[in-house]
Structures are given as structure tokens and as C-alpha cells.
Design a protein around this ligand. Sequence first.
Ligand code: AMP
Length: 386
Amino acid sequence: MTRPEPVPASLPAPVPAPLAPGSTIGILGGGQLGRMSAMAAARLGYRCHVFSPEPDSPGMQVAAAHTLAAYDDAEALNRFAGSVDVVTFEFENVPVATLRALEGRVPCRPGTKALSICQDRVAEKRFLAEAGVPVAPWREVASESELEAAIAEIGLPAVLKTTRLGYDGRGQAVLRRAEDAAPAFARLAPRPLILEAFVPFSAEISGIAARGLDGAVATYDAIENRHRHHILDLSFAPARLPEAAAGAARSHVARVAAALELVGVVALEMFLLPDGSLLGNEIAPRPHNSGHWTMDACLCGQFEQHVRAVAGLPLGSPARHADAVMRNLVGPEGLAAWPGMVAREDVVAHWYGKVEARPGRKLGHANRLLPLNALGALDDVAAQSF
Ligand code: AMP
């Protein structure tokens, strides 16, 4: 009897073959990120099947098929799993249980590890520190007395946040004086909460990376972000940063992609401190609003990268061929700005097809393109005058 050859422990797992053209990518979530992913997928010859509880969602309008059902509808999930070749999500508040129900049936990229870490600010902070990305001091707080103790350690000002389901500044309060603590604690739910030191940042930066099925990582140029009423308003690419900080932003997000073992696109929001160092704030395990400029200013934009990763294709080049300023078109003002944006020759305008233009809703975005390396020479007013 011959004994089988021992398999070395370090032998890498074989990488599955890429999805053939004509295959179907299932997308959990019907928002604009799924819509733009589906449009990129169509260009590479893939069909998309959008699963969302919201009728006529932006993603459904451009997908080959859709399922209108709740995320906990086991029968609908079962049918969905049987009709797609791979599953991804475009929205990180999809319940982990939904992805878990699909996971045994069909490859899910990214998987439950990335989703569950990014749904919980405490898990996210621990993960960032373990991945080698510095974060501001923080404490988990489940009671008013724990909040008092945390304030004594961290000091004021500080930011009290929900650990789950917060987005666009919802679910948080800045504590400036000791008297702010009790009312903020009473208002914020669900608990536990997290108290973070207030970061006196000089700019908000994000990094975006894609990680392929073979483990290859591609990063985009660092981005500088400005918010209005807690919603992203403008992104400047590349960020006007010292070279060392720009390099650190890329390496931080690359480390996050690798440590999450993510297949797909991930964004890392960071704070730039006056001394040029960066602190990690939040991870989004999906294409990100601050990466919308890459669609028009890079050889392979974030949505195509996401589709490539999920489909098992090699990643594309993240190289920037133009500088860009992205403006979000939000609510009724965005609707009013649209005719002007779509008429400009230096702007590529994107509209999401949302049924209502409610205040605070992102309806579209506009990418103003500038010659390569021209952005750094513009002052702030000139850079955003569009
Ligand atoms: P987040 O939901 O964590 O992305 O926070 C939303 C916004 O609140 C950020 O983009 C910052 O402008 C601000 N913010 C969040 N955390 C802090 C902090 N620890 N210090 C200062 N500002 C913060």
C-alpha cells in the first residue's frame, strides 16, 4: 500500500476559476452602490439579481432580475441562492443571519467575517488596532456609571456613539461638558454605546482598496472628504496631503483588506491630525461614496474592482488618469443642481433613479475631472466651484 504524499501545511488553497460571462451575481441591497456595481458587472458580461425589501429600488432598475422580499424571508433567500452564482452585498446593515443562510449554498464575497466586524463599532475598533491601524482612545459603555468612568479616563470633549446601525452621523452625540453625558446616554440606543476621544482633526481622509480572490490588493489614491449636515458633500482626489500621510492612508486600508480576508472593495475612513499622522475611524466593507470619483478618473473604478473581485477575475489597475472632485447631489437641492451638472463638459454626472427626492437622500453625484496633478494648484474655492 502506498502512503499518500504529505501535503505541506503552507500549500495555498487553489483559487476558484473566475465566473464565466453570462453568470449571475446576486446583490443584497437595492441602493445606488448596488446599481453602479450592476452597471459595471453588465459591462463585463455578468447579470445581476438584486435582493431588496424596497420596491423599484435603484439597483433593481438596472438588474436582470430582482427579488422583492425581507432579509429574513427564508423561502425567498432559498430561491435567490438557487438562482445566482455568487452573492455580494452593497449595504453593511444587511443582517449577518441573511448572509449566513446563503453561505452554505453559494459563495458569499465578502463573507460574514467582514460584515459582522463592520456592523459593530467595538469589534471594528479592536480589529483596527490588531490590524496595525491606530485609533483614538475609546471605551465601551453599557451604563451611566460606565460612561462616567469612561469620561474620567478619556476626558472631554468626547463623542458618544451607538455601536450598531449608525450612519451619516446618526446615533451619536458630542459631549462637551459633564452635564451633556446623561441626556446623551438616555437618547442613544441600542446599547452598549461607545465613547471615543474627540479627535481635533485637520481633515477627513479615506482610503479605498480592493482585494481579489487570489489575495492581490489594489489601492486607490487617498481622498479628502468634506461633510455637510453629516452627509458627504465633496471628495477631492487625490487628497492634498504630505506624501508620507498619503502613503500611510493607502497602506492602512491595504492592511484592513488583508486582515479582513475580504474579497471585494473596502473603504477606511480616517482622521488626519495636525502632525500628519492618521487615525482610523470606520470601515465600510463595500464600494464607498468617497470612491465614486474612481469611476471616471481611474482605469478601473471601484465598482468594476468590486465586480472583478467577487467574480474571481484579476483586479484592474487603480491608476488615476485625471484629478477629480466629486459632489454629492442630495435631496431637493441635488434635484435642482442636476440640469446644470449634466450640461457641463468637464463633469460626468450620475443619477440613481430614486423614486423620491427626500431631504438628506443621495440622489446622484457629479465627478468634475481635471488634468492629472492639476488639483493641488487650485485653491479651495476654485476646486469646488461647480
Ligand atoms: P462616523 O459615523 O463615525 O463616521 O462619524 C461621522 C462624523 O462625525 C465623522 O465623519 C466626523 O466628522 C465626526 N466624528 C466622528 N467621530 C469623531 C471623533 N472621535 N472625533 C471628532 N469627530 C468625530
